[in-house]
Design a protein around this ligand. Structure first.
Ligand code: BGC
Length: 863
């Protein structure tokens, strides 16, 4: 057996981490029943310790009789800031066979405590460009800062540790450092600031060098939500430290301090919601390179340290993940062009053109066009989403803003003199969901488009934090949206580390009462907290993350905080009934589900989850208490909402889906509840009447309770309201509302009508687990259940997901009365195949195909 796929803290060779006990994972290569690990040996060497070698490693586990190949925590001597470590592992298989040592992986420690930072916070006091107070409050010229330094030898290793209050864009000798945008990302800057670490070794040379950084407003200084600017502070600031190991092994540090010089550049406005405005005539050409004359620049101002905790970023940040070519360009006026970029995404436009000095180019962005073919911008509310450039000369330029992003499919370009060809303009799609790890496809092309739209909205809304929408003046970390979408997100993209970090953002919002806010981060101006299904994300999301990633560490880390939340919940009910808070079954069409029911249902659900969490972290008393509390509330719910015939008095699809999904009913009434849910769906002529909370539950509730055929029909429904109705209207992303646009009514009210919300895309979890049948049943995919479930006329479906173990797949197709099933089971995991006739087969690691008559010769029993 060979070993590959080495990761540390779920990343390949991560630089600058600050976990004191990083967790290792590796993949075995092989197939068959013996492709399982029975023991491993792991070694780590500190490459900065000349005495450490593979024969005398820094840490050696020796042979450990254990099958774990993920989350194996470092247990050696304390790891040292800035040191680089190599590691390798070998394993023994189920048959005792020994693997060769893996190729070495590596990780590097970042700056671990305040004492590791010698840098000071610096900024530039920028003169006001305009006198009008209102204009002034909008404008903040981008400061550029630079520092020359000299090297006596070529460095062996050089790392830039960098962060900002605001956004940074760093250059070494004129070359942009890293690929991140919008770094250091959004946190509650008063509490926690992330820094990134980059390898800048190849960018340095003997002699004179320069480190140069531009600072943008971002979430720190710019607009957040609808509360305007200055949520955290009014001027951006920089903290950075270049730590180099010279050839002579002498250390050299170049840190932000009072030796830096600053100037304001040509960008006079930059804001995540408003856009970026740059006068290229005022740019200092070559400002980031060594031969630039900075003699006229100002000294920087030292800024007081914010006193927040500096933490190393755990994810890869936001990047350009895709470039979309223009699908069409057409003129709408003498000086205006409308460009269709093909899909509704989050990002910016890159435009190549040439013109004359002083020429003013304006690019506006929108998700849709109105009936006249003009940009539909009403739903952006206060977000201008407008970029402007004033050209400096006649040279060809490539224009692309750096400190903003827009939610758009269409761009309106005005002010060009040169003709615009389709390949002069493109959409640069931004996302923090940088790596896709799942795929779903099936026999219905419209459902495949839905899947594509789910991924598009996932990407568009994972921008530093999981947000509700990327376009209007909102873009907030709404907790319920993620709570319902997390399973789908984690199937499709490698966002474990990002969600893990966001959970710290959520904990940062926790009030003394124990309640979490309804959005995280919660900037000043925000007050809502403790609302059913929103605040509950504080317990639900960690559990989902644990189930999907296998990381019990997240439960340990957040346990005390979750426990405080549970104490809050115990007080947030009367006789076992909990008022459902502010939002209820958000944006549900038609049927309204009693909030008292929803609140109480979620109370049971969250206590049941917490009981499982407490059991995993070994707090058996808490687990028992939570179970008993959940049972009391369950009984209270039944007393209040179940009539003598075993029917719910809240007769909505959402209520039944919740009752079934959250296990609120006596076992004897489940089948009847499934039938009632089916009746309600039939009564709506096979349509949904559910909002954010009901929608993800309806499909599993049907499939699990004898109504899978109906669930499949709902999936394929393409009349209003349905998933495929949107697809048939040409949607390229998931809409916030079922009625975002209808042929009869046109656009819904612009007050709240985004075309890029992932919430209703939460059905993706059902598509993977139920339709294709790829179902993780033990944390981290250590065991999967592969359960093809044809229905609704689908004749083919397939899902794959890459976990830390490798690629899992379950695909099926029906051909000439035969069900063909193709599955893939990574080494060191187990899988059970369950055929539609309920016959169960254990499947060993490897790729396997099965066949069975279809429909099965006898009717499957209900589970
Ligand atoms: C957001 C939602 C959010 C809701 C809660 C909306 O404005 O877009 O996604 O969950 O508010 O009130």
């Amino acid at each position: 057996m060979a070993i590959e796929g080495l990761t540390v803290e779920r990343r390949i060779d991560p630089p600058g981490i600050d976990a004191p006990h990083p967790r290792f994972a590796w993949r075995l290569v092989g197939s068959g029943p013996m492709a399982r690990q029975s023991a491993y040996q792991l070694q780590v060497i500190d490459t900065d310790d000349p005495k450490a070698t593979w024969s005398a490693p820094t840490w050696d586990t020796g042979r450990v009789e254990n099958s774990d190949s993920t989350y194996v925590a470092y247990g050696g001597p304390p790891l040292v800031a800035r040191h680089r470590y190599s590691w390798r592992v070998r394993t023994w298989g189920a048959d005792g066979s020994e693997s060769a040592w893996s190729g070495p992986g590596s990780f590097e420690m970042g700056l671990l405590s305040a004492g590791d930072w010698s840098a000071r916070w610096i900024g530039h006091v920028v003169p006001d460009l305009v006198s009008e107070p209102e204009e002034r409050s909008r404008q903040q010229p981008v400061p550029a800062l630079r520092r020359r330094f000299s090297l006596s030898s070529v460095p062996r290793r050089a790392r830039l540790h960098i962060t900002a209050l605001g956004l940074y864009e760093a250059y070494v000798n004129g070359t942009r450092v890293g690929e991140e945008r919008l770094a250091p990302g959004w946190t509650d800057y008063h509490k926690r600031i992330q820094y990134q670490t980059y390898d800048v070794t190849p960018l340095l040379h003997i002699g004179d060098n320069v480190l140069a950084v531009r600072l943008g407003d971002g979430w720190y200084t710019g607009r957040v939500g609808s509360w305007g600017r200055h949520r955290y502070g009014d001027k951006p600031a920089l903290l950075c430290q270049l730590d180099a190991q010279l050839g002579s092994d002498e250390p050299l540090t170049v840190a932000s301090d009072d030796q830096w010089l600053a100037c304001s550049g040509g960008t006079w406005l930059n804001d995540l919601q408003m856009g970026e405005r740059t006068d290229l005539r005022n740019e200092h050409r070559g400002w980031s390179s060594i031969d630039f004359d900075d003699s006229g620049w100002d000294p920087v101002s030292l800024r007081a340290a914010p006193g927040s905790r500096l933490v190393s970023a755990r994810d890869d940040g936001t990047r350009v993940v895709e470039t979309l070519p223009a699908a069409s360009v057409h003129a709408v006026g003498p000086d205006r062009l409308i460009v269709d970029l093909g899909a509704n995404a989050a990002g910016v436009v890159r435009l190549r053109t040439a013109g004359a000095p002083g020429q003013h180019i304006v690019i506006r962005h929108a998700e849709a066009l109105d009936a006249n073919g003009e940009l539909y911008t009403e739903n952006l509310r206060g977000a201008e989403q407008q970029d402007e450039f004033i050209l400096a000369d006649t040279a060809a330029v490539s224009l692309e803003p750096q400190f903003t992003f827009h939610g758009f499919r269409y761009a309106e370009v005005s002010g060009l003199t040169a003709p615009l060809a389709a390949d002069d303009i493109e959409s640069r799609v931004l996302s923090s969901a940088t790596r896709l790890v799942g795929a779903f496809s099936c026999s219905d092309p419209l459902v495949n488009t839905l899947q594509r739209n789910i991924v598009t909205s996932l990407r568009a809304n994972f921008i530093s934090i999981p947000t509700d929408c990327p376009q209007r003046n909102e873009r907030l970390g709404w907790t319920a949206d993620l709570q319902i979408f997390a399973p789908t997100a984690l199937f499709n993209a490698d966002v474990t580390n990002m969600v893990d970090k966001w959970l710290d953002d959520l904990v940062d919002t926790q009030l003394p009462s124990g309640a979490y806010a309804d959005i995280a981060p919660a900037p000043s101006g925000w007050a809502g907290a403790g609302n059913t299904a929103w605040s509950d994300a504080g317990v639900i999301v960690p559990w989902v993350l644990y189930e999907r990633s296998g990381d019990a560490g997240v439960l340990d880390r957040l346990y005390d905080s979750m426990r405080r939340y549970m104490a809050f919940l115990e007080t947030d009910q009367t006789n076992g009934l909990r008022f459902g808070g502010r939002y209820g079954d958000w944006v549900s069409l038609g049927a309204r589900t009693d909030k008292l029911f929803i609140g109480t249902a979620y109370l049971v659900y969250v206590f049941d989850i917490f009981a499982r969490i407490a059991a995993v972290v070994g707090r058996t008393d808490d687990a028992q208490h939570a179970r008993e509390f959940a049972d009391r509330v369950r009984r209270a719910l039944q007393r209040r909402f179940l009539d003598d015939r075993g029917r719910l008095t809240v007769d909505t699809q959402t209520a039944y889906a919740m009752a079934l999904g959250f296990d609120l009913l006596p076992e004897s009434t489940r089948l009847a509840a499934g039938s009632r849910l089916a009746e309600l769906v039939h009564a709506a002529e096979t349509h949904l009447a559910t909002g954010f909370l009901g929608t993800p539950l309806v499909m599993p509730a049907l499939s699990d309770n004898g109504q899978h055929e109906l669930a499949c029909q709902l999936m394929r429904q393409d009349t209003y309201p349905s998933w495929l109705f949107e697809v048939r209207q040409g949607a390229t992303s998931i809409w916030e509302r079922w009625n975002g646009w209808t042929p009869e009514q046109g656009f819904y009210s612009p007050r709240m009508n985004s075309f890029n919300h992932y919430a209703f895309g939460a059905v993706g979890d059902w598509m993977y687990r139920y339709l294709a049948g790829l179902n993780p049943v033990e944390p981290g995919y250590r065991r999967t259940e592969l359960r093809p479930r044809p229905g609704g006329g689908f004749f083919f479906a397939r899902a794959t997901h890459e976990s830390l173990y490798g690629t899992h797949a379950c695909g099926w197709r029906i051909e000439d009365g035969i069900l063909h099933v193709d599955v893939s089971v990574p080494p060191n995991t187990s899988a059970t195949l369950v055929l539609p006739n309920e016959v169960r087969t254990e499947v060993p690691p490897g790729q396997h195909s099965f066949k069975a008559p279809y429909p099965p010769p006898w009717k499957p029993e209900r589970r």
